[in-house]
Design a protein around this ligand. Structure first.
Ligand SMILES: [Cu+2]
Length: 252
């Protein structure tokens, strides 16, 4: 846990950031949500097929197979967390792999992203975004590509809106400085299940299908999210140690 200890070593420095972030304005757009926690409490008749998700973007540590705690950038699912607890819940708490997003074809998806900042990298002020990779996304503002759409600054929230049109297996990632942020861990699985799900067709007792096949030919029983990712440990160490503000003691 050496790297975690380094966090406490610099705690006085980060306290300034934490104090300023405590007053961050977390806002969630979610029809039928009455208290801002991204959970639909009273379904809105104008949005009967809505689903809400709230993610934070920030940094954290992931434990490798050999026990190493590796520094990462990443997302955290804070759906259901009260707005006044989102910053502290998401800060230095990113998950890898990123939370799997699973929605059904045709749903209205309200995905709020809150940038909690990167506590271990106070020299960075990077915005983040969510990009549904390979996904037919009509309005470019929700694409997540920084040249053509919104990106989310530290302490800010933004709600993406999608109508999931095509069932399939996708991935999502942050598109800000995509090479670095993806390498650092900001990517996850994205599933859009077909409308046909829930109906027994062709003897498919699980009623789960890969596509709207009409005859049950893509029936399956069990699905496991699998994400294969390779970290460049040199890049990760440089990310933490080779900055203008030295955050590691073992700098060569
Ligand atoms: Cu990012």
């Amino acid at each position: 846990m050496k790297m975690v200890n380094r966090f406490f070593y610099f705690i006085s420095f980060f306290a300034i950031i934490l104090i300023s972030f405590a007053n961050a304005d977390v806002r969630v757009q979610c029809p039928g949500d009455t208290n801002g926690d991204a959970v639909i409490d009273s379904p809105d008749p104008n949005h009967p097929d809505a689903v809400c998700i709230h993610l934070t973007a920030g940094d954290g540590f992931v434990k490798m197979a050999d026990g190493t705690d590796l520094y990462t950038f990443g997302f955290k699912n804070v759906t259901g967390i009260p707005v006044n607890q989102v910053m502290t819940e998401g800060m230095l708490n990113a998950d890898f792999p990123a939370p799997t997003i699973k929605v059904r074809e045709g749903q209205e998806v309200y995905l709020t992203l809150t940038n909690v900042g990167m506590a271990m990298r106070p020299d960075l002020f990077d915005p983040h975004s969510v990009h549904w990779h390979g996904f037919p996304n009509a309005p470019s503002i929700f694409d997540g590509e920084p040249m053509a759409s919104a990106t989310i600054n530290m302490g800010s929230s933004f709600t993406y809106y999608y109508i999931a049109p095509s069932p399939g297996t996708y991935m999502y990632h942050c598109h800000v400085e995509a090479t670095e942020h993806m390498q650092m861990g900001m990517l996850g699985n994205l599933y859009v299940t077909p409308l046909q799900d829930g109906t027994v067709i062709g003897g498919c007792s699980s009623a789960k299908y890969a596509y709207n096949d009409g005859d049950g030919s893509t029936c399956y029983d069990i699905d496991y999210p699998v994400q294969i990712h390779a970290f460049d440990s040199n890049l990760v160490v440089i990310s933490l140690c080779g900055t203008p503000i030295k955050l590691c003691k073992n700098i060569s």
